[in-house]
Design a protein around this ligand. Structure first.
Ligand code: SF4
Ligand code: SF4
Length: 510
């Protein structure tokens, strides 16, 4: 596959020795003209990039109060320095969260503060040179926007937002990243990140119906574009064909079947992911979210349920209301958002996570399971960053941690937690989030996975754990790739609804 090897496991906790420049020049491929122009960005680095970048920075500083506060508030206390998985795995000091922020902060000081304008050297201010710009490109594309560092910062400085601002500036001058921008183009053109056209989707779903019938003897449906269905399921497109993702899609369908829920997928909105957030671009974030509103209005659904996808759930939970009218708080001047708010059934949470849906059915006694079907697994749970630190589930604090675990414990007998320093709000990123899930970034992905692999290895050694459940399509894809590099079987990772699917007893009970 590649000549990249996994770093050696450490005895936790260790602050890594520094290797300056270790990841210099190891950023992702730059987007080409066709990719950039397709989504409205300049095709290549514009001639007057310096002035445009500073102007864009000024615009973001006035638009986003948080960005300005983050530029001013850091006291360089160092609490965040060893909290980033990419610093831990690469030992490159520029992958320390504070150093990453300082790449932008130093330029902010030079152009937007009086001391920086008068005595730049004294206050660590730097001109925006081509060298600095390349550093931005390199290191802001080595941050997965996981927000772990912000948990440890006494001021709550969120490096993810700084990364988003830097990426937005880079895109505005034609210096965007190929992987994310190409995916955004596919969503607009075809409807999903994978560029899976409608007919291929239909074929896949028909094939799944046949497979499940063969397996269970039951007619579990995978409906698409059904007008008047109660539930619209918005799920990552990887669920339609990637392994192990597809096993969770089968699990959702079985839950809908067993609860007698009428549901549908949509060809127009066949993607839960929203890479607009990764590149920090509000217009793209909104445009991608609006496909879901359009599909919901066209199909006349009453509920919107979101499948296993970490960043998609953050966007849905935190931003869909004002972006699209799913949930409360739609703009009064947005006619379509108002229409959708009237259409949706507000006895239910809008949107609902599939784990909330399943857990509610379990609590109502609407589902039955044979837990022994999962006895071959000794299971642990990997909290995905955007679910853990950017959203909630249920109606109580920490529901996003408890509900998936409760489901696992309901459908399986063997559950073990990983080290508390690596779970819940302190969870480590899989290493592939934030628009980094591309093979041209394989080295940073492998190295960034180190803390999670260490914690997994620990529970494997101590308890024989052989299955790590997660509720994120990116985590599943990333782990499938890096697990073998760390000596694990790639099938160690799977979805929570994969476990549900294994154990659910399909019958007439509602
Ligand atoms: S990858 Fe996560 S921990 Fe590292 S700097 Fe970015 S947000 Fe912070
Ligand atoms: S923890 Fe916060 S204040 Fe301290 S160095 Fe990191 S970003 Fe700055």
């Amino acid at each position: 596959m590649s000549d990249i090897t996994a770093p050696a496991y450490r005895v936790i906790p260790i602050i890594p020795a520094l290797k300056p420049g270790a990841m210099e020049g190891k950023g992702p491929f730059v987007a080409n003209e066709k990719i950039n122009e397709a989504i409205g960005f300049p095709g290549k680095l514009v001639d007057d990039w310096h002035d445009k970048a500073i102007a864009k920075m000024g615009e973001l500083l006035s638009k986003y109060r948080s960005f300005k506060v983050y530029m001013d508030a850091c006291v360089h206390c160092g609490a965040c320095t060893d909290k980033c998985h990419y610093f831990i795995g690469t030992q490159d000091p520029k992958n320390m969260p504070v150093a990453r922020q300082d790449l932008v902060r130093s330029v902010y000081r030079r152009y937007f503060t009086l001391p920086g304008k008068l005595f730049p050297k004294l206050v660590g201010a730097r001109d925006l040179t081509r060298e600095v710009l390349d550093e931005w490109y390199n290191y802001f594309n080595q941050c997965s926007e996981c927000r772990r560092c912000s948990v440890f910062c006494p001021y709550g400085i969120d490096t993810a937002e700084v990364t988003m601002a830097a990426r937005e500036i880079l895109d505005s001058i034609g210096y965007g990243q190929k992987y994310s921008n190409e995916i955004i183009g596919k969503v607009h053109k075809i409807g999903n990140n994978l560029g899976l056209p409608g007919p291929a989707l239909l074929d896949t779903l028909e094939g799944l119906e046949e497979d499940v019938k063969e397996d269970t003897g039951i007619d579990v449906k995978f409906p698409i574009d059904v007008k008047g269905a109660e539930v619209l399921l918005i799920t990552p497109s990887a669920d339609f064909f990637a392994e192990p993702h597809i096993d969770s899609l089968i699990g959702y369908a079985k839950v809908f079947h067993a609860t007698g829920t009428s549901w549908t997928l949509s060809t127009m909105a066949s993607e839960a992911g929203n890479f607009g957030m990764f590149i920090g671009n509000y217009e793209q974030l909104r445009k991608i979210a609006l496909r879901i509103r359009e599909a919901a209005l066209e199909l006349g659904v009453k509920r919107i349920v979101v499948g296993e996808c970490g960043h998609a759930w953050r966007v849905a939970y935190s931003f869909w209301n004002t972006l699209s009218g799913v949930g409360d708080g739609a703009s009064e001047v947005d006619r379509f958002a108002q229409m959708l708010q009237k259409q949706l059934d507000h006895r239910y949470k809008q949107p609902t996570h599939i784990c909330e849906f399943t857990w509610d059915a379990i609590e109502r006694g609407a589902l039955t399971f044979d837990k022994s079907k999962n006895d071959k697994h000794i299971i642990t749970f990997h909290d995905s960053c955007n679910v853990a630190r950017g959203s909630r589930m249920g109606d109580y604090a920490g529901g996003q941690f408890e509900i998936p675990r409760n489901i696992i414990k309901t459908v399986a007998n063997n559950f073990v937690e990983m080290s508390p320093e690596t779970t819940r709000e302190r969870t480590f990123c899989c290493g592939g989030g934030g628009g980094l899930l591309t093979d041209d970034l394989l080295e940073i992905r492998v190295k960034g996975a180190l803390p999670r692999m260490e914690a997994l290895n620990q529970v494997k050694e101590e308890h024989g754990v052989n299955f790590m459940a997660t509720i994120c399509a990116i985590c599943k894809a990333q782990f499938t790739k890096v697990l073998p590099i760390y000596g694990f079987d790639r099938r160690v990772v799977g979805g929570v609804h994969q476990l549900v699917s294994n154990a659910i007893i399909l019958g007439d009970k509602k």
